[in-house]
Design a protein around this ligand. Structure first.
Ligand code: SF4
Length: 398
């Protein structure tokens, strides 16, 4: 009997999440399938889809229109495929995925769920509809976090979740307020596998909501754990250690003199990305950031003093943000530019699902502030998609 097809729908934006769930499946389980990839703009694999198939999707809010059009094409082609979707949108708003016509929706962390689901699908016993997975449960050490089938060796996820609760951010709810760390042995095993697969690889990057929180309780740095991590990376012979730069970043209250003295000698990255978000203490309170403007300034100054280029995330247009808050923000940015030559990564507030502010509206952005932001952009010191995201959420959901 022919094996059914397991078709992985790969785009640049989902290689990390798809790699994590395919990597979580034992080879013996995958051996029951004809494993295929369907990458980016490749034509729909209609021939394969004429026999029993499962297509695996993972996507975010902005990709919905594209995915909807693709599903419509599959329906018109009358193929024998079933579809399953996971990813951040399925996790935050599973009904919005079901409505698109997926047979199965996986909402939540999927490393424990997906292999079990595949076994059931093989026997025809998988239940259609939304599968809510247990939140905050996955033990990172049980899974490698990548699969060769995506053709990509992603930044290694050293920690998952966050103990803070910023109003604009979905991370705490998605991971049930937990912060879990991958063990040193687990990280070392992945690095060795990366070097086996790609011996010429030099740079190893990491994935974390707050890189300097590795091994900590999430509220304050754990210097011992950070040192052990960096020592292990050095001992394994990682030529270029990148920590605190994209796709990980750091919080200002974790950039302390002790942390900077510890990490600086080990790091190859010249830039550290830090979420500062706003320049006013009243707005920081509304955002529930639990740090102050003064801590942000200290952190920026420390990064500079240790030779790093601070690349600072800011958000404008937050709910209940006043003109005064916005002028304070742009003044603050200009002060930081002048004193510390920071780079700015600018965002406009978007009410993301699964965040405390999911039902809030973006505040209008003052025209004079907008002009000054554009001037910074033209001067080459500000980047980001902030202007594309003004009013963005009004169409993304529809
Ligand atoms: S923005 Fe960062 S610190 Fe705040 S809740 Fe999200 S992950 Fe945590």
């Amino acid at each position: 009997m022919n094996k059914p097809n397991l078709i992985i729908r790969i785009h640049n934006y989902n290689k990390v999440s798809l790699g994590a769930i395919i990597g979580a499946c034992p080879p013996a389980l995958l051996g029951n399938f004809n494993l295929l990839t369907w990458i980016s703009d490749e034509p729909t694999p209609l021939e394969a889809l004429s026999s029993r198939s499962l297509i695996v999707y993972s996507f975010m809010l902005p990709h919905i229109p594209q995915v909807r059009a693709e599903l419509e094409k599959l329906r018109q082609a009358d193929v024998k495929a079933e579809t399953i979707a996971g990813g951040s949108q399925a996790t935050a708003a599973p009904e919005s995925i079901s409505e698109l016509g997926f047979d199965y929706t996986a909402s939540g962390e999927c490393e424990d769920f997906f292999p079990q689901f595949l076994s059931e699908w093989l026997t025809g016993s998988a239940k259609k509809g939304i599968h809510q997975t247990a939140r905050g449960q996955v033990d990172l050490d049980r899974y490698p976090g990548f699969s060769e089938i995506t053709g990509y060796l992603p930044p290694i996820e050293i920690s998952r979740g966050c103990k803070f609760g910023c109003m604009f951010c979905g991370v705490p709810k998605l991971y049930a307020g937990t912060l879990r760390h991958r063990s040193l042995a687990g990280i070392e095993a992945i690095i060795k596998e990366y070097f086996r697969l790609k011996p010429t690889r030099k740079r190893i990057k990491f994935l974390s909501s707050n890189a300097f929180a590795y091994g900590s309780d999430g509220r304050q740095p754990n210097l011992t754990a950070l040192k052990e991590l960096l020592e292990m990376l050095k001992a394994v012979g990682v030529p270029e250690i990148n920590l605190g730069s994209f796709p990980s970043e750091v919080r200002p209250d974790f950039v302390t003199p002790e942390v900077m003295e510890l990490v600086t000698p080990y790091l190859s990255n010249k830039t550290i990305v830090m979420g500062v978000q706003t320049g006013s203490n009243s707005m920081l309170k509304k955002m529930n950031r639990l740090h102050t403007r003064e801590q942000s300034v200290n952190a920026i100054s420390l990064l500079r003093a240790h030779g790093f280029q601070p690349h600072i995330d800011f958000i404008i247009g937050n709910p209940d943000e006043t003109d005064e808050d916005q002028f304070e923000l742009i003044d603050f940015m200009e002060e930081m530019l002048q004193k510390y030559q920071v780079r700015i990564h600018m965002h406009a507030f978007v009410p993301l699902p699964a965040t405390p502010w999911e039902n809030k509206l973006q505040s209008p952005i003052n025209d004079k502030v907008k002009r000054r932001l554009r001037e910074l952009e033209q001067a080459g010191v500000l980047d980001g998609w902030w202007e594309n995201h003004i009013g963005y959420f009004r169409t993304a959901k529809g």
